[in-house]
Write a protein that binds this ligand. Structure first.
Ligand SMILES: [Zn+2]
Length: 408
């Protein structure tokens, strides 16, 4: 169970004056180390997959591992698409299991950024998904992927932040106040006055991108000004990179296993340090108790076909699989026939929705209506349908975590 609603998680951090780390993962080494760190210091965590890094791994495969790892974690976890390139990227991420999305349209003119974000929020909220908006531009410094953020920084305007938050309905807002993606060049100078004013007008959890390399005092001050999520990748990548160089120097003939030896430990130490510094360490039990569990819903339809329509079944099933799988919030579409001739119903559809809100948005979606009216209703006869959530094991998970915390 420990996948939880990302909006609930961020609001808990915002209300209780700490920040959750959104850690970009690029491999299983990162995934496992980040979760090890979170479990070790009993912290909530956001596993972040950035579209800017999709050249390095297969997103679909990475999501399968990420979700599996999150579901068996003993701390609350959310999964976010970071720096999504488009609305379609966000829908794909939602259907693959992300429960938070960020699509970066901050390079657009203000009105276009508002319009595109509004459209995303409308669709995402109908699927129960949390949306991170972006205003201003956090440019790149040094390090992996820093060059993916070329140009000069643009600080977030307080007046625009207010209008943007009101018009778009985003759940949290990424702002630019002087951090950089990658490594800082020189001493970081942050505009806290601006951050404070943005917080006082938007009253939403704020997000900092480029969370590497700041001082303890700077992190604390950011959090006191409303920052509830800090994105971090470079510190982890650098820790792994340093270890790889040490390994290569120590044994110039080593192979893959020798080169990557102990990098998990280095990443874990780095993540844990962030969690302690940002105040999320030790908060897992509270978050699990106070946040909604993130649970998929199964939608099952069993039916028979009217006499004489058997020959159209395969075509109807093929159309349905294609048309329904693209609807936002639909994770899986399976159609099939009963194995036994004696079954009360001969055919079925099984769909998995990311969240119970999708029951309604799916029913109202034009692709669903088109499929039903054109292909399904004309041949389907007698049928039954049910939507159900998997048995909630949350109370057991909650009491286990609470007990573990009490026992220290
Ligand atoms: Zn970023």
């Amino acid at each position: 169970m420990p996948l939880v609603d990302m909006g609930d998680m961020l609001n808990h951090a915002y209300r209780n004056n700490y920040a959750v780390g959104g850690f970009d993962l690029v491999s299983l080494d990162f995934l496992e180390s980040i979760l090890d760190a979170a479990e070790h210091c009993r912290s909530p965590v956001i596993l972040s997959l950035s579209e800017l890094q999709f050249g390095q791994y297969d997103f679909e495969l990475a999501m399968a591992a990420t979700e599996k790892a999150a579901r068996r974690a003993r701390v609350p976890v959310a999964i976010q698409l970071d720096h999504g390139a488009s609305f379609d990227s966000a829908v794909r991420a939602i259907n693959l299991g992300c429960n938070g999305v960020m699509v970066d349209t901050s390079y657009e003119a203000f009105s276009a950024n508002v319009e595109r974000t509004q459209q995303l929020v409308e669709t995402a909220h109908r699927c129960g998904i949390t949306v991170e908006g972006v205003l201003g531009f956090v440019s790149g410094g040094d390090g992996d992927y820093a060059q993916r953020h070329p140009g000069h920084p643009v600080y977030t305007s307080v007046a625009e932040a207010r209008t943007y938050a009101e018009r778009t309905g985003v759940d949290c807002l990424a702002v630019s106040i002087g951090t950089v993606h990658g490594r800082m060049r020189g001493r970081p100078k942050l505009d806290f006055e601006r951050l404070k004013r943005i917080n006082s007008v938007v009253k939403l959890p704020l997000v900092i991108h480029g969370g590497t390399g700041l001082t303890e005092a700077q992190y604390h001050r950011m959090i006191s000004c409303g920052v509830a999520k800090i994105n971090c990748y470079t510190a982890l990548a650098d820790a792994a990179g340093r270890r790889i160089r040490e390994n290569a120097r120590a044994d110039t003939r080593c192979g893959y296993a020798g080169i990557v030896k102990d990098i998990r430990e280095r990443i874990r130490v780095e993540v844990e340090q962030c969690m302690r510094l940002w105040g999320s360490a030790g908060r897992a039990a509270e978050v699990i108790m106070q946040c909604q569990a993130w649970q998929p819903v199964q939608h099952i339809v069993m039916y028979n076909v009217e006499h004489g329509f058997e020959s159209q079944i395969d075509s109807m099933m093929a159309h349905g699989t294609e048309m329904l799988a693209g609807i936002p919030g639909v994770r899986r579409v399976v159609s099939g026939r009963a194995i036994s001739e004696l079954s009360r119903f001969r055919f079925c559809w099984i769909l998995e929705f990311v969240h119970k809100k999708v029951i309604e948005s799916y029913r109202d979606h034009p692709d669903h209506a088109a499929f039903t009216n054109r292909f399904f209703r004309p041949i389907a006869g007698d049928r039954v349908a049910i939507d159900f959530a998997e048995l909630d094991t949350a109370p057991v998970a909650r009491s286990t975590v609470a007990l573990q915390q009490m026992q220290g």
